[in-house]
Design a protein around this ligand. Structure first.
Ligand SMILES: [Mn+2]
Length: 341
């Protein structure tokens, strides 16, 4: 695996020969966020400027909460069982951005796995990249920063301008999302340098911040209120946990994704090291968002629970278990985990 971006870009540039008259397909992870949509869409725009046809492959439409990004319709393709064979026939090269493995891609997994040549640009600690040409940097705050550096290297190699205002804003959305408005520990001097360049290219930090972090709705605020008042603290207040049931979502009329910020609200309590928002899903699974402070490695804990993510933000899923049983299991495992730290 190349450790320098310039070397990685050179190797990828050589791979473009195999695209021929087919298309480059770019795969973000399922349950999309600002960084995976931002990095994959900016990469698609850059590769188009390089002369290739490139599209982002998604399992479902871009969710309403990211509609403000205004990703052009022709930049992505919804992959279905019906068009899977057609998409396979079009595929010349596959990129994974903000993830590294097919099983993170939901309904697009089979299409990604079909690729002869896989390229990975990712910043997750849990990346597995044995079968791909990969650039993985877990110290990078976002995949968008890596795509930015990659596109800049491709500009040097091709002699073409690949970044424009739209691509710059997509990557800025990714950076703002994953760095928590430039406030998470992962925010580095490089994050600010990239952001400064994207700002000069026309990215809109203020609008992005409102839509990503502040915009709310009546249903969302009501759901947060219920989740916060049901919160429980354990281990001298070091662990905070709450549940979000389907009944609560229905009662409050909360929209899709309304539960997303709840783990952060719990994490902000001064005594808390690890916070968990435990959410019942329509498909019968239990999704858990974990947010932490120094002293609790959220990535390592999520891996213990069969999930993954970052040191301060991670997730995992419970299957064939009731929400209350899973909640108790998380509390006892997190308590034991804290003892080992
Ligand atoms: Mn990311």
């Amino acid at each position: 695996m190349p450790t320098r971006m310039s070397e990685f870009a050179k190797q990828v540039f050589a791979c473009f020969a195999c695209v021929k008259n087919k298309e480059i397909q770019i795969f973000p992870h399922a349950r999309v966020d600002g960084d995976c949509i931002g990095s994959s869409s900016a990469l698609a725009l850059g590769l188009r400027k390089l002369g290739y046809s490139a599209r982002v492959m998604l399992e479902v439409e871009i969710p309403e909460r990211l509609a403000f990004m205004n990703v052009p319709k022709d930049l992505y393709q919804i992959v279905t069982e019906e068009n899977m064979e057609e998409m396979k026939a079009l595929q010349g090269l596959a990129f994974a951005t903000d993830c590294s493995e097919g099983h993170r891609m939901g309904g697009c997994e089979a299409l990604f796995e079909y690729a002869q040549m896989k390229i990975v640009i990712d910043h997750h600690v849990s990346s597995n990249t044995e079968k791909a040409l990969a650039y993985v940097d877990p110290t990078s705050a976002s995949a968008s920063e890596l795509v930015y550096a990659f596109l800049r290297e491709l500009e040097l190699l091709s002699g073409k301008m690949l970044l424009d205002e739209m691509a710059a804003n997509f990557m800025m959305v990714g950076i703002q999302s994953d760095s928590g408005k430039f406030s998470f520990e992962n925010t580095s001097a490089k994050t600010f340098r990239v952001a400064a360049d994207l700002l000069e290219l026309g990215a809109n930090v203020t609008d992005n911040a409102y839509h990503l972090f502040d915009e709310s709705s009546k249903g969302k605020v009501l759901l947060q209120g219920q989740a916060l008042s049901n919160m429980q603290l354990f281990d001298d207040g070091k662990i905070a946990i709450t549940k979000i049931t389907l009944a609560m979502v229905e009662e409050t009329g909360a929209p899709e994704g309304a539960a997303d910020g709840i783990a952060n609200l719990l994490r902000d309590i001064d005594t808390v090291l690890a916070a968990f928002a435990v959410r019942e899903c329509e498909d019968g699974t239990i999704r858990v968002n974990c947010r932490s402070k120094v002293g609790f490695d959220a990535a390592a804990f999520a891996q213990e629970m069969g999930g993954g993510g970052h040191h301060r933000a991670s997730g995992f899923t419970g299957r064939n278990v009731s929400i209350d049983d899973f909640l108790s299991e998380i509390v006892s495992k997190a308590t034991a985990f804290l003892e080992k730290q």
